[in-house]
Design a protein around this ligand. Structure first.
Ligand SMILES: NC(=O)c1ccc[n+]([C@@H]2O[C@H](COP(=O)([O-])OP(=O)(O)OC[C@H]3O[C@@H](n4cnc5c(N)ncnc54)[C@H](OP(=O)(O)O)[C@@H]3O)[C@@H](O)[C@H]2O)c1
Length: 324
């Protein structure tokens, strides 16, 4: 058997095709012949050397794949060569072959293509973690999702609605229609409006119960203004910077809880529990077409650099996926 493979490698912060040895599945792992790999914002940072992979993970880019099982490691139960599989990984997805821990592996629903499956793990797991595990979102509550048309945002809108909550978003105006079509009941153009004023106006000063934030410093003050009593702020990224002058008073006055998390740094057992919890909720709903991954565009995997530029320029609504 030929034990080499082609993969995307980083050379001076640029993506190129390279030749590498195929990874081997260790105990509990699946070797996947990759058919599609999701592109994530984190990949742009890793390419620039700003987001090193966790210890033990592949140094290649790629946090999620869909494909077929090529081989199974010792101790794996329930999976065999040829099975259609998708899931989250610490790295290594931008390659013809990748290893996936069997505890993070999900079966691709019948009728779903590989590109759609590859668009699911990172953003749906992140949104589920934020809304359910951290914020404990309740039916009838209002959640404001920043970057509503992002990969994570499009998953969060749908999950919030499926949980019986109301989803509000901020996004650039051209992306509002797509957010509404996914179930967002309010869409705020953050470029022309102060979202805190809109929230105050539309909630008669009460505020929203949960905010899912990727912006950080630039939004801190408005987030504090926009949260209701007992509100929860979930911080997942700092696209708008990390340093700000903060008025902390609302944290006590409104009993606000602030959570931060990165999915990639979580332990295998945490990621496995999250995968199981999400799949129980999501997979039946995907099969019934009640929820869906939002696919912006696919690129041939050898065009990974062009795929990154599409994301860098904020052109996407939902996910960008590489096809192998
Ligand atoms: N902590 C975690 O576990 C975790 C996991 C996954 C992702 N993330 C983070 O979550 C964010 C979304 O990820 P993704 O892959 O879904 O992203 P994405 O699809 O690339 O979407 C990001 C969107 O954010 C908006 N945006 C960019 N810069 C902005 C700014 N300064 N202010 C306001 N809006 C801005 C843009 O939409 P508009 O056109 O609407 O401006 C852009 O298209 C990323 O920062 C990513 O690193 C965190």
């Amino acid at each position: 058997m030929d034990n080499s493979m082609q993969a995307i490698v980083v050379k001076q912060a640029q993506l190129e095709v390279g030749e590498l040895p195929r990874p081997q599945p260790a105990e509990g792992e699946l070797l996947v012949e990759v058919k599609a790999a999701g592109v994530n914002r984190a990949d742009l940072l890793q390419k620039q050397g700003k987001y090193p992979p966790p210890e033990g993970a592949s140094s290649l880019l790629g946090l999620e794949v869909a494909g077929t099982v090529a081989a199974v490691g010792n101790g794996v139960r329930g999976w065999k060569a040829g099975d259609r599989v998708f899931g989250l990984m610490g790295g290594g997805g931008y390659a013809q072959y990748a290893v996936l821990n069997s505890q993070l592996a999900m079966r691709i629903p019948a009728g779903m293509d590989f590109a759609s499956a590859a668009a699911i793990p990172e953003v749906f797991l992140t949104a589920w973690q934020a809304l359910v595990w951290l914020a404990r979102l309740q039916p009838g509550e209002k959640v404001l999702i920043h970057a509503g048309a992002s990969g994570v945002g499009t998953a969060a809108i749908q999950l919030a609605r499926a949980l019986g909550a109301e989803a509000w978003v901020t996004a650039s105006a051209a992306k509002h229609e797509a957010c509404r079509a996914l179930g967002a009941s309010e869409a705020i153009d953050y470029k022309t409006h102060d979202f805190a004023e809109v929230v105050a106006d539309k909630t008669r000063g009460k505020g929203v119960n949960v905010i899912v934030d990727f912006i950080g410093a630039d939004y801190w003050q408005q987030n504090m203004q926009s949260l209701a009593v007992d509100g929860r702020l979930i911080m997942l990224a700092f696209l708008g910077g990390v340093k700000t002058e903060a008025n902390l008073a609302p944290i006590l006055r409104k009993r606000i809880s602030v959570y931060g998390s990165t999915l990639r740094s979580r332990s295998l057992s945490y990621q496995a529990g999250l995968t199981k919890d999400l799949s129980d909720f999501l997979l039946p709903r995907l099969e019934r077409d009640e929820l869906k991954p939002v696919l912006h565009k696919t690129f041939n995997w050898q065009q990974a650099e062009a795929a990154h530029q599409e994301m860098e320029q904020n052109k996407n609504i939902g996910k960008i996926v590489l096809i192998f």
